[in-house]
Design a protein around this ligand. Structure first.
Ligand SMILES: *[C@@H]1O[C@H](CO)[C@@H](O)[C@H](O)[C@H]1NC(C)=O
Ligand SMILES: *[C@@H]1O[C@H](CO)[C@@H](O)[C@H](O)[C@H]1NC(C)=O
Length: 127
């Protein structure tokens, strides 16, 4: 399995109280078909906010019409145990579609929440 040069662009909206992607990080590379863990963290916030659900999509950077939903379901970040080591977070185990075209791709996390927040990062991987 060969991996070529990787460029990861983080196109993240930084908004107070917004969630962010803690992993994968810049430079992450995955083979098509492989599983990876996506960790969403939600910083400690001053006001309670209720998470509803999140859709996690992968979108090819070369072909925006190539888009697959990897996960869709409740988003409910939890404190780690013991508390204090991590901010509230949630791990998702996702699989890159086996036939997804090689190259850079974005992972889009869209939350259903009072304020729509979309996080995009370019996640390169190779077949
Ligand atoms: C999420 O993954 C991180 C890193 O592997 C781990 O430290 C943490 O305990 C996990 N959290 C949960 C709730 O499983
Ligand atoms: C991958 O396979 C699925 C299901 O067979 C198909 O719907 C999709 O069009 C394929 N995608 C590509 C990029 O070949």
């Amino acid at each position: 399995m060969k991996f070529s040069a990787i460029l990861l662009a983080l196109v993240s909206t930084v908004v107070a109280q917004s969630a962010s992607i803690a992993y994968p990080q810049d430079g992450a590379s995955f083979a098509a078909g492989s599983e990876f863990t996506l960790m969403i963290i939600k910083p400690n916030s001053l006001t309670a906010s209720q998470e509803i659900s999140a859709a996690i999509d992968i979108i090819s950077c070369n072909d925006a019409t190539l888009r697959k939903t990897l996960s869709s379901g409740p988003l409910d970040p939890q404190y780690s145990t013991p508390p204090g080591s991590l901010p509230p977070h949630q791990n998702f185990t996702l699989q890159i579609p086996p036939n997804f075209s090689a190259g850079k791709a974005q992972i889009s996390v869209s939350r259903s929440y009072r304020i729509g927040v979309s996080l995009l990062l370019c996640l390169p991987f190779n077949t």
